[in-house]
Design a binder for this molecule. Sequence first.
Ligand code: ZN
Length: 193
Amino acid sequence: MKTELAQLIQALNQRGWSPATSTNYSFIDEHQQCWVSRSGINKANFTEHDFMTIDQDGIGIGAFHGVKPSDETKIHLWIYENFPEAKVILHSHSKYPVLISQYNEHFFTVQGYELQKGFKGCKSHLDTLNIPIVDNDQDIQILCTGLTARKSDIQHHCFIIAGHGTYAWGENLFEAQRHLETLDYLCECEFLL
Ligand SMILES: [Zn+2]
């Protein structure tokens, strides 16, 4: 997992989805141990050695005791707690979802695209999908409280944080990537339209 996810992190960086050392990623391994990307690492050079283990409070443990993870680690923990099927979480600062969030409040509503079926459970391009746009906040605790208030709106394994970026997850890396790319594609289409 570490190697594949590190390769994906580099690939996403090449697309411009993680500028200026931003974004973060995590996964849960076969021993139910959570690993997150270390903060401040240039994602262009991210390797399998740039993950760290954390406990359920987001504190570095084992060889990473005393190492500070990203502040946004708490968002990852919120997702794992509220969506237990999640085993891999990807975060993106790509431009189109951010632009979409500047022109839409509360929801990004989309309908009529074949690629909607990239979201697990979506069977038809005719379905109307409502992807929640949640408020950004520099206090991650407040941001997570906002997420809790919107939990029932989160139906497609992803959400947008206004003016900030996207989070998407899956039961495995393949599914998490598909959800992240599906959301990005739909945001790009609708913004360009
Ligand atoms: Zn972010």
